[in-house]
Each structure stands twice: as C-alpha cells, then as structure tokens.
Design a protein around this ligand. Structure first.
Ligand code: CTP
Length: 403
C-alpha cells in the first residue's frame, strides 16, 4: 500500500524549528512527507534540513521543476496538508486565496483535509483581521488549532505559542484516519472533564481514585481534530495539554463543579469523563494530622459531594445541550448502566466494565454507549480514541438532528 502523502507547509516564524520534530514523527510513522517551506521559513531552518529529514526534494517557488507542474501536483496528490507554524501572513493569504509561492498554490489545489497550527505574537493572533481569517478558514472546513499559551519569542508570554509537535502530530493522525474535509464538530463548543478529583484531608494527604484521565484526553483530542472548540477540565492528570484545547486545571470535586458550571452555558456538549469523588472529608486539617502514641486514629467523617452530572443534566444551560456521562461497573453492567442513565438524566452514558487491563491507566477500553432513547452502541476492546470517536459520532448525529 502507498504511504499516505502529507504536505508539511512551514511558514516563517521562529517555531519553524519545532516543525522538524513534527516531520520526524510523520515520517517515522510511515507517511511520505513533502515539506513546502515559505521563503521566510528558510531564514529559520534551511532547505537541507527539510530535505534530509523528509527524504524528498524541497522547494519554495513554483518555478523549480516546472515540468512537473508542482504548484498543482503537490496539492492534488496530498492526503493531508498541515501548515505548522502558520503565520498571520500565511493565514491571511490562505483565507483570501492568494497564491504567490508554492505553499499558497498548494493550499489552493489541495482537496484533502487541511490543518493549520498558527504561531505568532498574542497581538497578531487577537487582531480582528487574523481572527476573521481564521473564522473564514474554519468555515471552509480547515482545522485551525488554537495556539497554546506560554513563552513567546523574546521576553513576551501569552497566547500564540505553537502547540507541542507531538500533539499536532496527534491531530494530523486523527484527521488523516477520518479523511473528511468537512469536520462534523466545527463551530461547536464541547466541554470535557477528565482525570480524578482529590479530596484533601490535610496539607499532605487526600482521598483520590485511580483515574488517569486518558479517556478524557482522548475525547478532547478527537473533538479538536473534528473541528470543535474544546474546554478540557483536568483533575490531577499530569499530562501535556492536547493541541488546540483550552485546559482548566482543578483539584477537588467542588472546583471541578465550578469549572464545569462556568464553561457549560456556552457549550453544545458536556462530557463528564472525570472520576468525581462522591464524598469528601467533612473537615480539612490545616496542619498535618499526626499519629499519637498509644492512640487509635480518629475516624474520617465524610460528606456528599455535589453530583455534577445529575445537576447539569437536570438544569441544561442551553436548550438542546447534550450531556454525556461515564460509569464504571463491575456487575450487571448493562442493567446498572440503564438505571444510572435514568437517575442522572443525561443523554448518553458510556458504561465500562471495570476489570484487569481495562479502564484505569490503560491505553485501551471496551464499553457500551447507552442512549436515553434506548439505543445501545457497543464499542469493542480497542484504543481509548476509538471509543472517543464513537461518542462524537453519536453526539454529532444528535446535534445535527436538533438543527
Ligand atoms: N459524577 C459527577 N459528580 C459526582 C460523581 C460522579 O458528575 N459527584 C459523574 C462522573 O463524571 C461520571 C458519572 O457521574 O460521568 C459516574 O457516576 P457515579 O455516580 O460516580 O457512578 P458511581 O460512583 O460508580 O455510582 P454508584 O456508586 O452509584 O455506582
């Protein structure tokens, strides 16, 4: 089988050096990559580097190898075009259909999915001209990954950093696997909670659970790759931020509730993948609890935490908002799942059977997605991303039905 053909467009920003890592990941995972830098990108990383890492010729102008009509062929034959970093200038040219070099010509001739990973100073990113160009590109079906927040060139910090190349690679992988040029969650805002809450007993101890957050991160990543704006509320996961996702870090169930309620009014979908502690210690000791010689420990009194899933399901922040819950069961999985779905009042409940290898910390999962309409969608044992895609398939269908 032919290797999937990827065009890596690189425009002229200091983050161009990070595209080398993206290129390496793409080639090592079996893609045939043609790098198309702009002339200004070559000020940052030279053609020799791109050529050596990709194993393919590199040109910036339409005048090289004219007999092969590269300005048309490269775009026509691509399975994916990813532009990383995408500068404000490149976004503007792409939005307006300008074609004054090989990359912009390629963008006009490509009929495959296109991913832009912008990187620039915060002011340039926030400028209405750039925002309008991004909106235009998204409306046409391109995936424009939100820049990350952090250190920029020089002494500045803010939004505008190129996301981690590994995370851009993940977006590319998903987009390539789906191969669709019309992302079905575009224009949607989804909120995903992930990880496990920790309920502090004293400054050094907490009651927690074994949720890794991997399923929630897979949901956030796949939603971003399907064009959604994603808010990820992460409880104690310690994982790198997925590309293009707004991440809100929380610790306890009460903090998680606050973050969900804050994000929900603007959300088309809320997915509660986090393992939320049902109880928390009734009191918090400001100083470390010490053992006393010859004395039994004090019992820990617990109080109920709010049930966030039930609360947001009962009181929808928007008409037509879709709420998805998760449940881990050990016995009578489907019957218990059905009861829980009704009790919580959500639209879908993803029910996992908890067992060895499954669920906690593993890369794989197996589940049944129960729908409030009585539907039952089994998802065979496989990567957590496959389960995430099934959840979004069901959600996207439901969202479209509401329009
Ligand atoms: N959840 C929540 N708020 C809580 C507890 C759970 O929003 N205080 C959400 C979780 O994010 C998940 C679902 O509810 O989507 C899990 O349901 P839960 O009641 O926690 O299941 P169990 O604790 O397993 O319930 P039970 O002990 O009744 O089986």
């Amino acid at each position: 089988m032919d290797k999937p053909k990827v065009v890596l467009g690189v425009s002229g920003g200091i983050a161009a050096y990070k595209a080398c890592e993206l290129l390496r990941r793409l080639t090592e995972s079996g893609h045939d990559v043609r790098v198309v830098p702009t002339a200004s990108a070559l000020h940052f990383v030279g053609a020799a580097t791109w050529s050596a890492l990709s194993g393919n010729p590199v040109s910036t102008e339409v005048w090289d190898d004219v007999h092969e009509v590269p300005h048309v062929r490269i775009g026509q034959h691509a399975d994916l075009v990813v532009v990383a970093p995408a500068t404000a200038d490149t976004l503007a040219k792409a939005a307006h259909g300008l074609a004054d070099d090989l990359l912009t010509n390629t963008l006009l001739t490509a009929r495959c999915p296109v991913v832009f990973a912008p990187a620039m100073h915060t002011e340039m990113w926030e400028h209405p001209a750039t925002q309008e160009n991004v909106a235009t590109l998204r409306r046409r079906g391109a995936i424009v990954i939100e820049p990350a927040v952090g250190r920029l060139t020089g002494v500045d910090t803010g939004k505008g950093r190129l996301p981690d190349p590994t995370e851009i690679f993940e977006v590319c992988r998903h987009v390539l696997a789906r191969g669709v040029t019309e992302p079905d969650l575009k224009g949607r805002h989804v909120v995903v909670s992930a990880g496990g809450t920790r309920e502090p007993l004293d400054p050094v101890r907490f009651l927690g659970n074994r949720s890794s957050g991997k399923q929630g991160y897979a949901l956030a990543r796949t939603a971003a790759a399907r064009g959604a704006r994603v808010t990820l509320i992460a409880a104690n996961t310690g994982m790198p931020d997925p590309a293009g996702v707004d991440v809100v870090q929380v610790g306890t169930a009460v903090q998680l509730r606050e973050a969900v309620l804050k994000a929900a009014p603007d959300a088309d979908v809320v997915v509660m993948a986090a393992a939320v502690a049902d109880f928390r210690p009734a009191t918090y000791a400001a100083g470390k609890i010490k053992k006393q010689d010859g004395q039994e420990p004090e019992p820990i009194t617990l109080v109920r935490n709010p049930d966030i899933l039930a609360e947001i399901s009962a009181d929808r922040a928007r008409p037509g908002q879709i709420v998805v819950g998760f449940a881990a069961e050990t016995d009578d999985v489907l019957a218990n799942g059905r009861k829980k779905l009704e009790r919580k009042g959500c639209d879908f409940l993803v029910v996992n059977e908890v067992g060895e290898r499954k669920t906690f910390g593993s890369e794989e999962n197996e589940a049944v997605v129960l729908g409030a309409d009585g539907s039952e969608t089994p998802v065979p044992y496989g990567p957590k991303e496959a389960l995430a895609e099934t959840v979004w398939d069901l959600v996207a269908r439901r969202l479209d039905a509401h329009v």
